[in-house]
Design a binder for this molecule. Sequence first.
Ligand code: SF4
Length: 415
Amino acid sequence: MARYHIETYGCTSNRGESREIERRLRDAGHYRVDGPEAADVAILNTCTVVEKTEDNMRRRAAELADETADLFVTGCMALAQGEEFAGLDAEVLHWDEVPEAVTNGECPTTTPDATPILDGVVGILPIARGCMSDCSYCITKHATGKIDSPPIEENLEKARALVEAGAREIRVTGQDTGVYGWDTGERSLHTLLERICAIEGDFRVRVGMANPKGVHGIREELAEVFASEEKLYDFLHAPVQSGSNDVLGDMRRQHQVREFREIVETFDAALEYWTLSTDFIVGFPTETDRDHERSMDLIRETQPEKLNVTRFSKRPGTDAAEMKGLGGQLKKDRSSAMTDLKMEIVGDAYEAMVGEVRENALVVEEGTGDSVKCRDSAYRQLIVRNASEYGLEPGAFVDLEVTSHNTVYAFATPV
Ligand code: SF4
């Protein structure tokens, strides 16, 4: 988990986006510190309203790049004039990509002992703490240890309480949900999901990050549950991290590329419309040009509709931090090549949705201005503008026609 420092400039829209970044970072177990000196990561949410502000942004970015190990620059100036930050050791990102970049390929930290959180109509249900891995770049593991899975009944009770409290979307979270039950001798994520879906009520369930090793062992059972349970979003987040078995070995990930491919094949065979979400770490110390090409090929082959690209950065106290790192420019080049490919693939996936009707999409939360964010059956994000005209509020289910898209979102209107 990382300590972060965040600075936000400009309008209420920027402030709203920073709030969302912070909310996601909090859910992933990261925490805010005051001042860049105490932080592992700094986030600069920029504004570009007048020249004086731009000068200020350039100066501040240069200072933060000097003061912290990692700097992520987002907001209006970053997106409109990203080249202004090219000379700095900083990564320019859309605000939506910042939480994953901070997470740096590690799994979220969860606290299953805590009371489940209801945030609007979204209920967060941590089902277990810990994982079964020992990834060489991960610092989270030191804090959380081996998987500790509470019994299914205990999690069910919490899920029921969330539904009764008004949750319309239950997010099943954990550092690695795919290994739920391994410590008790039963690989039981699919059973837990089936039983949560059997709870009476009108709600959706989203499964959080599940590493490929755990998913692979139960892929058939999981795909069957996804195919048969309407309440379950057809969305799988399985972070593969590299398309090279050599790099996966050095990362001490437990899976091989073949296992990831087999998961995708199994889900493709069982589900007509679903979302594959995965993560890649670019520029791991031992990654060669050929390894990078293998990752690019794996993306082309599996076509993930959601892809998080993280440039490798050292976390103190990890084994990977002791390895001789690659040059900053090389990491930047590989990261932009992968981001370009991501934009192409994800953009195509959203383009293919235009003109289609998505039934029973859930209005999950309010967006910026008079808009709402909705999720369809595959957890794709659909934005409805002028929401008050349609009387749409979080918690409602609505049929939507997709009208256009914006790479990682689609825009839609009620039908
Ligand atoms: S699976 Fe790997 S990255 Fe995730 S918490 Fe465990 S050791 Fe860390």
